[in-house]
Write a protein that binds this ligand. Structure first.
Ligand code: SAM
Length: 263
């Protein structure tokens, strides 16, 4: 019997219904190729392989090699590498863009991985992940709501985000302690501002959630600037929408702040 490892977030899916739902969600964009992060024992992989997509997986746990090798032998549309996905240079994978990314993600790396994938978005047509529900709540949180923060702003700026099926612990083996949810992210087409500037600015903005922005930006913005931005003087980070964040960044940059090195 396979002994699951907590440090790799190994909660294997056992619900046919959830596996089918994830597969349908990814097929919506009709991708020809797909990267699966953390195939584990191949629960989701087997469903993905029933489509005509070419699947390339990234798995960290060496003990899963025999299982994954069997899949390679059986399916000409399957390949994988044994690597920590956080160290992976996606552009060096033997799979061509445009593609989709899918995974029942190990919860410990889900947020840093999503931030890593932002930088690779031009190659992606859609991403479907099963994540901790609390993380999905924050990803889709609208401005002014409790979960709205850095991850909401950064992902909603780059992607259309959509919370799909909520998945209870019983759908996994072993069951996690928390609820999970499927989320779909589709890259938006737009003129991007510098990623480095935006991510540094948003990090700064949400570092002190409770403080009024006027206090926070005292060294940089004057009374007239707030009027020009059309923002209330008492506004706090959780109340500022993405368009206003972009306007604020543009104004600050005009004044010489939050410029990335290369700009
Ligand atoms: N896809 C399988 C399923 O749904 O049953 C397994 C999902 S399990 C939640 C997460 C998988 O990601 C495990 O196979 C684990 O070994 C793998 N994993 C954990 N950390 C990883 C990392 N940093 N890079 C690549 N794979 C990782």
């Amino acid at each position: 019997m396979f002994r699951t490892r907590k440090k790799f977030g190994q909660h294997f899916l056992n619900s046919e219904q959830v596996l089918t739902a994830i597969c349908h969600a990814i097929l919506d964009e009709r991708p020809k190729r797909c990267i699966e992060i953390g195939p584990g024992q191949g629960a989701l992989t087997r469903y993905l392989l029933e489509t005509d997509m070419q699947i390339h997986a990234v798995e960290i746990d060496q003990r899963l090699v025999p299982t994954l090798d069997k899949l390679v032998k059986k399916h000409s549309n399957f390949s994988y590498i044994l690597q920590d996905v956080m160290m992976c240079d996606f552009s060096e994978l033997d799979i061509q863009a445009p593609l989709s990314v899918v995974g029942n993600l190990p919860y410990e790396i889900s947020t840093p991985l999503l931030f890593k994938l932002i930088e690779w978005r031009e190659n992606i047509v859609s991403m479907v992940f099963l994540l901790q529900k609390e993380v999905v709540d924050r990803i889709v949180a609208p401005v002014g709501s409790r979960g709205y923060g850095r991850i909401s702003v950064m992902l909603q700026y780059y992607f259309e985000v959509e919370g799909l099926q909520v998945v209870p612990p019983e759908a996994f083996s072993p069951p996690p302690k928390v609820m999970s949810q499927v989320v779909r992210l589709k890259p938006k087409q737009r003129q991007w501002v510098s990623h480095k500037s935006l991510s540094e600015f948003v990090k700064f903005l949400f570092a002190q959630q409770r403080k009024m922005l006027r206090q926070r930006f005292k060294p940089y913005l004057e009374e007239k600037d707030w009027q020009d931005l059309g923002l209330e003087s008492s506004i706090r980070p959780a109340e500022i929408d993405i368009d206003s964040i972009l306007k604020m960044l543009a104004l600050l940059q005009k004044k010489g702040f939050f410029l990335a090195d290369s700009e």
